[in-house]
Ligand binder design. Sequence first.
Ligand code: SF4
Length: 309
Amino acid sequence: MRTLVPVYYPSFRCIASACRHTCCAGWEIGVDEFSRERYLEYSGPLRGELKEWMRDDGEGGWVFRLREDGRCPFLREDGLCRIILEMGEGALCDICADHPRWRNFFSDREEMGLGLTCEEAARVVLNEKRKAVMITLSDDGEEEPLSGDEEAFFAFRDRALGILWDREIPLARRLEKLEEEGLALRTGEVSRWRERLLSLERLDENWAAALEKTESPGENAGEAGEKDLPLEQAAVYFVMRHLSAALEDGLVRERCALAVLLTRLLRALARDGDIAEWARMLSSEIEYSDENVPAILEWIRADEEAGAH
Ligand code: SF4
């Protein structure tokens, strides 16, 4: 089995105390069984607190409860982790050690990338100048053949990536080509989506204010711009991260449309300000939500059935 990562992956390092949007706050932190046992056996200074803050999640697993202010109880005010400081980096539970990585599994490979919800990952992904091709991180020499469905999937995805990497034409045209060539269902102008997106669950009220200001592209929308390169990186990221679930649900053109829609939304948001910060917010609000992605896929499908575009 090979593990493949985008070419920018080795550049990523968590910036810990320098992070303005730490991932150690805002959601309960799942504790895997191996880590739980290690925490229960541990006899150092954090012993009492580790036991005190772990609780049953009601679904057969364990989590660290959050403090009243929504932060992990082991996160210090300076942004450093007390578990790392007291017990070493190897003592982190899987979810903390792994974040912000995402993984997709196929018969012959694991694909891994960096989630845009992490501000440093967003900076690394969107600042990359090279095409975000996959490189081999490790290979144990054992390979299973691809299934027929997987072969068809990779052929589809290669076509989509080929269009997104065509730097001879503006990014806006590349997104249109995905629709014209039938790889992505049509989603129309971003402004059409404002009310729908505002109806979704959200983490940060600033997100609602940002959505209120999104407008349809102006008359120069089809021309290449300085944001084409980071937008290409974002579009490729959305395709790589979200398309493979189509092997389970069959929604390959809907998922490609999701990548197009999110890229157009990011373009509309990033007219002002730092595009990496907008990508972080968009990712946290939409693509890291177990509810919001299915809701958008459902709207895309319903629009197609209604012939809305
Ligand atoms: S969000 Fe990213 S940079 Fe910030 S603490 Fe988490 S992994 Fe580190």
